[in-house]
Design a protein around this ligand. Sequence first.
Ligand SMILES: [Zn+2]
Length: 369
Amino acid sequence: MGQRLSCFGSSAHDTAQPSPPSSVAAPPLGPSPPDSETAARARGFQFKLYDWKSTARHTEITAQTHPELVKELRTIAHALAHHHQYLAVVTDIMRDFWTRLTPQQRPSTSPPTLQDVTDFLQQHFPVVRMWAGLVGQWGMVDKGEGDNAIYLPTTVLVDANRYLQTPLPATEADAFHITAHNLLLTITLAHELVHACSKWIFGAVLTPNGIGRNDNGHGESGWEAESRLLGAYLYLEWKGGFRKFRMDQVVAYYLEDPTRPGFEVRLDEDDISAWGPAITYALDNNLPFPPPPINFATSTRAPRPSRGYIRMRIPVVLHRSGSSSPDTSEPSDEPSGEQPPATAPLPVIGGSSDANNPLIRYRVSSPSV
Ligand SMILES: [Zn+2]
């Protein structure tokens, strides 16, 4: 596996790599702005959001049509684009990316800088496309198209919007589901923005091996960022396929140890209720992200999901129930009806397996790398 042992390759197969540039120290974290100031800044952080259709009749989603959803996405996006720890981590990954390319592949003679990454996130934030054809993934950046865009699945955003519109006071259950949606969107955007940034800087080049966990023969810069920022990978588990996703149908949450593929530890709702808002608080106030709410060293590995349930990692790998033959009663995750836009090929489902991780029985091969 290409799991990184340190910021710049110290794993065995990295020894032939040229010396990496020095890592970027995080700038000092600024004081916490008042909530109203944060909200006002987020409102001013503009990027386009579309309901993306194959027919080219794309509809813009605006603060007038979807006020709460737009506010939620803008708030997270603005906070990520200005979060010093996030900017430093993305910059480190981009510099590592550059180091591992051949001189011919490099877009410049010197590695990307913190200013390059900051300019991308603050001045060239990608367009966000809500797409019904995105199935089996929480998010995607398609390096095969020219657009500076992030795709998010309609299923998830529609469900998030439903909760966000819930009039106050929400029930305790609704409040929990809003927290979970906020966490899901935050991690997904943080992950996909790394891919979008690498595409902005390096074009269609896939993440080199050695950055993040190996994914079908190449690295995974989004996972690397999650690992460094959060120290864990979050999974959701529910019954049925991706199309059946609803936050109120999620039966369990898990965290995977980034250093031990398949070592998943079950969280209880109190863990999510504490960790989610702590991440949001850190994000909104430019503070370092909190550690995971469990200690992997003293935790028990969770059993496989029950038959019929899907345990899905944010954002890419799917775990199915441990039956030896495909469960044909499960709904297909193949998109149907909605045709993909010409610029965004469908994710390829199934097929490849990761020889190093027998627990991954069902994998979405994503162009989002
Ligand atoms: Zn990814």
